[in-house]
Each structure stands twice: as C-alpha cells, then as structure tokens.
Design a protein around this ligand. Structure first.
Ligand code: 5BU
Length: 265
C-alpha cells in the first residue's frame, strides 16, 4: 500500500523512521502533522483524542505548556503512540554538537520521547552528530529535520544558505529530511530539485485559507504544497483553532492525500 502511493520516495528511502511515517500516512490516508500548539495538558489530550485518527504525526513545543509535568507528558506521549503517531519536537536546535547533545536531556529529556527534532545548521554539521548522540545515550533512534527554509516573512535563510544545508544534509544518515516553506510552492519545487528523491520535505505555513497569518506567518494551500514536493503538511491553527478540529483535520487529510495520489500518478 505505502510503496505504491509513495513511489520513488518509498523505494529510495534508507530511513526506518521515514518508512514508518509513510506507512502510517498510507494507513490513515493523511499527510498531516498536527502542530499541537496548545498550552495546557488538557488541551493537548483533547486534541489527540479528537484528531488522532486523521493525522500521521504530532509536532510539539514542549516548552510552551503552562502546566507541564514529566508524568503528564509521559501519559501524553503514550496516548500519541496509541494513536499511531510519530512525535516530533520542533526544538530548532542550533548550538555546537556537545551542547545540543546535552540539550536532548535536561528537564524535558527530549531524547527519550521524540522520534524527530528540528535543527538549524547555522553552527555547522556537528549539531546533527550531537543530536544523534543524544538519542544513542538512551538507546533510541531518531531523525533530524534540518531547516532549509522557513515559512515566516523576512527570514534570513537565503537560497545560498538553503543550498548548503541541503548539500550537507543529503549526505548525512542522521538527517531524516528538511523543513521547506509550505507557503510558497515555487520555492518548494526548487527545494525538491535540490533535495532529490530520497529525503523527506515537511512543510509548515499551510492553511486552507491562504495568505498572511499572525505576526509574519505566511500560508499556502495544502494541495499545492504536496504537488510541489512536500511529503508532510504541518498544520497548527487550521486544526487546533477550528470550531470543529476533527472536521478540519479530515479536510486537510483529504486534501494532502489526494494531492499525493495525483502527484505519483
Ligand atoms: P500554524 O498555527 O499552522 O501557523 O503553526 C505553525 C507551526 O509550525 C508552529 O508550531 C511553528 O512553530 C511551526 N513552524 C512554522 O510555522 N514555520 C517554520 O518555518 C517552522 C516551524 Br521551522
């Protein structure tokens, strides 16, 4: 099932986690990663319960939860696993290798529950080794999504910078894929050409209502993003602020899945 619909992405993939994602996405017919940006544990639990069946991954910002406790977070991660979701902490690491390794531990202990994390490559390629060592320290495996582009206006990730991130990241087995700008399909097409067929491109800045969002966020259409080469649309407020989050999640799922089928056929 997954191999048919994912085409060359499946056949070229060398990552167990990417394959797992592609299988979950095929099972649920959804390329949606929910950006679970709610600041209470109760709000987060509600979200998983309401939209879990319609999404393939869950993106967190562990440090924005007001009533976070280690115990409640463990329960939350368990609920995510039961809902068949990869957990992705959007920590945007950027420090030198050894500090990034230590930042995988600490109070939030990201290495023990996250399958994926985001990282800048501004400090050089050792940040990826540092993050991988973090997972190794607890006997787990994980993947790094490098920020090759961002969705926010005026960001400083120039095309030349993107090229270098992709050139270094493509070769690294610890790099699961790249973050691309979901709000600009033409930029995404260029990114896909540079990335090639193997690695993932996941895209924030996606909303069925396209245009400018709050505080410099920009939104593009989910179908356009997938047709341009995105493998996963990261959707936050489009789902968690909707009057009916489950209904909204279903719409994003259908739009992204149909676009994948169209792209590969
Ligand atoms: P929104 O509510 O769909 O705008 O939420 C977008 C989420 O994606 C939010 O959690 C951001 O931290 C995240 N994001 C982003 O918007 N743009 C980027 O370039 C990156 C992450 Br990287």
């Amino acid at each position: 099932m997954a191999s048919g619909v994912w085409g060359e992405r499946w056949s070229n993939s060398t990552s167990d986690i990417a394959r797992k994602y592609m299988e979950v996405a095929a099972r649920k017919q959804s390329l949606v990663c929910l950006a679970a940006d709610r600041n209470t544990m109760a709000g987060l639990f509600d979200l998983i319960e309401e939209v879990g069946p319609y999404i393939a991954a869950l993106k967190t910002h562990v440090d924005l939860v007001d009533d976070w406790t280690s115990d409640s977070w463990s329960k939350f991660c368990k609920a995510a696993a039961e809902a068949d979701l990869l957990i992705f902490e959007d920590r945007k690491f950027a420090d030198i290798g050894k500090i990034s390794r230590s930042q995988m531990a600490g109070i939030y202990d990201i290495r023990s529950w996250a399958d994926l994390v985001t990282s800048h490559l501004i400090s050089g390629p050792d940040v990826v080794d540092g993050l991988q060592s973090g997972w190794e320290d607890v006997g787990r495996k994980g993947g790094v999504l490098l920020l090759a582009q961002m969705s926010s206006r005026g960001n400083l990730l120039s095309p030349e910078y993107t090229d270098q991130v992709v050139a270094k990241g493509r070769e690294h087995p610890g790099v699961f894929g790249f973050i691309g700008n979901g709000s600009r399909p033409e930029e995404l097409k260029e990114l896909r050409k540079k990335v090639g067929v193997e690695k993932m491109i996941w895209t924030p800045g996606v909303n069925l209502s396209v245009g400018d969002g709050e505080m410099g966020q920009r939104y593009g259409d989910p179908r356009e993003a997938v047709l341009a080469g995105s493998d996963c649309i990261i959707v936050g407020s489009g789902i968690h602020r909707a009057n009916n989050p489950a209904g909204a999640a279903k719409e994003y799922a259908a739009s992204s899945w149909n676009a994948l089928v169209e792209r590969e056929s």
